[in-house]
Design a protein around this ligand. Structure first.
Ligand SMILES: Nc1ncnc2c1ncn2[C@@H]1O[C@H](COP(=O)(O)OP(=O)(O)O)[C@@H](O)[C@H]1O
Ligand SMILES: O=P(O)(O)OC[C@H](O)CO
Length: 499
């Protein structure tokens, strides 16, 4: 018989940059990891795609690796949790399981004109009231419409019920269950622009507006549920998938942000700050998104979200396109090799600007370059941009609620949270304590914890909260006038980009 000691939870974390499988103990300790970098395709300016085959095969590969590790160590897997890059859209043939087009990634801007037309038609307010979102190419609805309108025969086939739509969670679940489950979870559904977060159902008016046949949509489930069982021929056994959530929502769970006012920010490819607002589903007046934080046991917890499209991706660009870095981690030493950015600002609007600006056609800029500027100033400015962008978001959140209702500390995670310069600059720019948990893989841990709730290894959110232990804490060190002066320079640079 297995004791809790040799039981583990397997998280599949399918991110924009890489696919990971992580085996966690019930305490949140990492027992095994397997990771594979993922390629982004740029077929045209503003288009960003991924091969659905890579999404699936990489998932299979990383899962098989950690399952082999578990077997070697005599560890029994109690359940699987799936978490994923959100909004990214896949459409496949129900019969063969074959995608009819590449996955259109959340950062893709090809539907900016369609979004403009919808905005001009005066529907945005109604859409926001139902979905908590804004009309932007970021979300899935216009990506689905684009595929149906550009791939020969797709619309007719979708209308006949031959095609299935899914975000990455749904696509992977379909593959893992070999077509038995066509299901998404409520957090991923809430990012499509087709899901009414008040009635918690697909919305017929929105389906009509975006011209999307209802028959292609998945079932929607709470975050803790029986999502399906893996086919034994794929992973060697029938593992139960008991937890599923979009990556930012899973991180909210993994960071133990279960009380209203608690905020987490994840710095991966992009940066996403979510503030728990409890049962309060208020629509933002500061261009933040209202989204479902999680829904467990029929109880819905809402969140306000600030979405920044480019965070770590700017570091990748400095590494791959400018050759200024040999790896992402080197950015820390380079930034610290100069005392300041010498008035250089880097506005990383590579794929438009997200919250609180929402300008899909904005483009990145480096401003304030002088004869004294060096590559170190540019690298430092790219890291500092995370502090400025985060301040934009946190200030918007503060003005949404009474600022005393937001918790003082910001819990952060994601690849960039490993950069001590970024963490200190964040604390300085926000004037808040920044905390990093011992379990740095908050997203994957959140997905594992959801599966743990399903399998009975956890019996309440309190059990999950107790696994959160602070590993590092950064307190603000910068003088108030300095931080305000630097931030004013950022606002100026953003204005130049917006103009
Ligand atoms: N030490 C570091 N300093 C700065 N950026 C980093 C560091 N480590 C990773 N990154 C950046 O973080 C991103 C990867 O983070 P991750 O959380 O794995 O992303 P995702 O979930 O989007 O796939 C990459 O864009 C990378 O450039
Ligand atoms: O892959 P990440 O971690 O940058 O997350 C992507 C987001 O879910 C997009 O909304």
């Amino acid at each position: 018989m297995s004791s809790v000691k040799n039981l583990a939870l397997l998280a599949i974390d399918q991110g924009t940059t890489s696919t990971r499988a992580i085996l966690f103990s019930v305490q949140g300790e990492i027992l095994a990891v397997s990771q594979k970098e993922l390629k982004l395709l740029h077929p045209h300016k503003g288009w960003i795609e991924q091969h659905p085959g890579d999404l699936w095969e990489d998932t299979l590969w990383v899962c098989r690796n950690v399952i082999a590790d578990a077997q070697r160590s005599d560890i029994k897997i109690a359940g699987i949790g799936i978490t994923n890059q959100r909004e990214t859209t896949v459409i496949w043939d129900r019969e063969t399981g074959e995608p009819i087009y590449n996955a259109i990634v959340w950062q893709d801007r090809r539907t900016a004109d369609l979004c403009d037309t919808i905005k001009k038609s005066g529907h945005e307010q109604q859409i926001t009231k139902k979905t908590g979102l804004l009309v932007d190419p970021y979300f899935s609805a216009t990506k689905i419409a684009w595929i149906l309108d550009h791939i020969e025969g797709a619309r007719q086939r979708a209308e006949k019920g031959e095609l299935a739509f899914g975000t990455v969670d749904t696509f992977l679940l379909w593959k893992l269950t070999q077509g038995k489950a066509h299901t998404t979870d409520i957090t991923n559904a809430s990012r499509t622009l087709l899901f009414n977060i008040v009635t918690r159902q697909w919305d017929n008016d929105l389906l009509q507006l975006f011209n999307i046949p209802a028959g292609m949509l998945p079932n929607v489930s709470d975050n803790v549920a029986f999502f399906g069982e893996t086919k034994p021929e794929l992973l060697g056994a029938a593992y139960v998938i008991g937890g599923m959530a979009g990556d930012q929502h899973a991180a909210l769970v993994g960071q133990g942000c279960f009380e209203s006012g608690m905020i987490k920010a994840t710095y991966g490819t992009g940066c996403f700050a979510l503030m728990n607002t409890g049962h309060n589903c208020t629509i933002s007046s500061n261009k933040l998104l209202t989204t479902i934080g999680y829904r467990i046991g029929g109880d819905t917890c809402y969140a306000l979200e600030g979405s920044i499209f480019t965070a770590g991706a700017a570091v990748q660009w400095l590494r791959d396109n400018l050759g200024l870095l040999s790896d992402a981690a080197q950015s820390e030493a380079v930034a610290l090799s100069v005392t300041d950015s010498n008035e250089v600002y880097f506005v990383p609007a590579f794929t438009g600007l997200g919250a609180p600006y929402w300008k899909p056609n904005a483009r990145a800029a480096i401003t304030g370059i002088s004869r004294e500027s060096t590559s170190a100033h540019v690298v430092r400015a790219a890291l500092e941009a995370q502090g400025y962008q985060s301040r934009d978001l946190i200030e918007a959140m503060e003005s949404e609620l009474n600022s005393t209702d937001t918790s003082e500390a910001l819990r952060i995670d994601g690849g960039m949270a490993g950069n001590t310069f970024v963490c200190q600059f964040l604390a300085d720019m926000l004037g808040r304590t920044v905390e990093i948990p011992e379990v740095m893989e908050s997203t994957a841990w959140g997905a594992a914890a959801l599966a743990g709730l399903y399998s009975g290894l956890f019996n309440s959110l309190d059990n999950i909260s107790r696994t959160w232990v602070c590993a590092r804490r950064y307190t603000p060190q910068m003088a108030e006038d300095e931080r305000n002066k630097l931030y004013a320079g950022w606002k100026h640079a953003v204005q130049a980009v917006l103009n």
